[in-house]
Design a protein around this ligand. Structure first.
Ligand SMILES: Nc1ncnc2c1ncn2[C@@H]1O[C@H](COP(=O)(O)OP(=O)(O)OP(=O)(O)O)[C@@H](O)[C@H]1O
Ligand SMILES: [Mg+2]
Length: 330
């Protein structure tokens, strides 16, 4: 499969202001993150709250500017593009957010919520509404819903509208940021299946962000695990789930309750020890070391390099350095 999106060593820090506007410190929200999204593939991004998933998504669309790194869409580094050129890229990379309540305009009908994105891109009202109808149908909403307002819809139906609104611009990439997290489990399953169907129907590449390991496993071909702004492990979903290497991935899997679609053999419900450190003052070296059962002195002294532990399977952990194979945990 070809690469549609390639991200190289992207970083973003936010200065935190204290009293009188003085800078109190810096939150390192995304640190040297690299990823590859394959054409018509699904890359799942998973990690605890605050690990930088949404910041990363916003960086890809340049809704916030990266401090460092490269974002290549179909080979072109988009970080150097002018705002007018970025509009074309943003049309091709659409986002669906967690909260369908706040992302829809309550004063517009469902149809116009979907058509709006086309009007602002210069389409006539008539043509925009025609296409909006097509996409409302594609996401499984009955024609009779077109004239309704968002407040008369359920959470799942509103999320379908939000998906139609993203699709109407005919993007190549859909970035779903916790798109099913606010929904009940049964509705979640329906919307996940909808994503799968739409992906095939419209040849989409999907970046699927969630804190829920089971959901990510169900959706993804490839998975990337983030911890406090860094990537600790990434690889093909089947490999990563059947044999997680990084102590954090293992701990995450052991603490995740299983769902029908997800892991069960790994489900031991052991919470990850300790508190998540403040991103204002992340641990030196490996950021996971303060909660890691395998931490040793050097973990504090240097950031572990990424090591290939299997085909396309990479881990950032000293345990897997050459000569250390005997220590490999399984
Ligand atoms: N504009 C901002 N200014 C300051 N800090 C920010 C800003 N945006 C994000 N952060 C911080 O960056 C870190 C990463 O936040 P982010 O929202 O990307 O995490 P997340 O993985 O999406 O979390 P969640 O699962 O809760 O959505 C957090 O510590 C957050 O407080
Ligand atoms: Mg988020």
């Amino acid at each position: 499969m070809d690469t549609i999106l390639e991200v190289n060593s992207v970083s973003k820090s936010f200065p935190i202001k204290g009293l009188w506007g003085r800078t109190k410190g810096v939150v390192s929200a995304v640190d040297q993150v690299s990823l590859i999204l394959k054409e018509q593939g699904t890359l799942g991004i998973v990690g605890e709250s605050g690990c930088g998933k949404s910041t990363l998504a916003r960086l890809l669309l340049r809704l916030i500017e990266p401090d460092l790194g490269e974002v290549r869409f179909r080979g072109q580094n988009i970080l150097g593009l002018r705002e007018s050129e970025m509009q074309h890229v943003r049309k091709n990379m659409q986002m669906v957010f967690q909260n369908p309540y706040s992302s829809l305009n309550p004063k517009m009908t469902i149809l116009d919520n979907v058509a709006f994105n086309l009007w602002v891109n210069g389409e006539s009202k008539q043509e925009a509404r025609k296409r909006a109808h097509y996409y409302l149908d594609a996401v499984g909403l009955p024609v009779s819903y077109a004239g309704r307002y968002p407040n008369s819809l359920s959470g799942g139906q509103r999320q379908r509208v939000a998906i139609a609104r993203a699709l109407v611009l005919e993007p190549d990439i859909l970035i779903a940021d916790e798109a099913v997290s606010a929904l009940d489990k049964s509705v979640q399953a329906q919307v996940l299946n909808l994503f799968q169907d739409l992906k095939k129907e419209f040849s989409l590449s999907l970046l699927f962000i969630s804190h829920d390991l089971n959901v990510v496993e169900y959706m993804s071909n490839d998975v990337m695990v983030m911890y406090l702004g860094t990537v600790v492990e990434k690889g093909p979903a089947d490999r990563l789930y059947s044999k997680p290497y990084h102590p954090y991935t293992q701990a995450l899997m052991n603490s995740a309750p299983s769902m029908e679609v997800g892991i069960n053999t790994l489900n031991k419900h052991t919470p990850i020890k300790g508190e998540l450190p403040s991103p204002l003052n992340p641990p030196s070296g490996c950021r996971f070391r303060t909660r890691c059962n395998f931490a040793e002195e050097r973990c504090a002294l240097a950031v572990p390099q990424t090591i290939e532990v299997g085909p396309d399977h990479h881990v950032a952990c000293f345990l897997y350095e050459t000569g250390n194979e005997a220590r490999v945990v399984s």
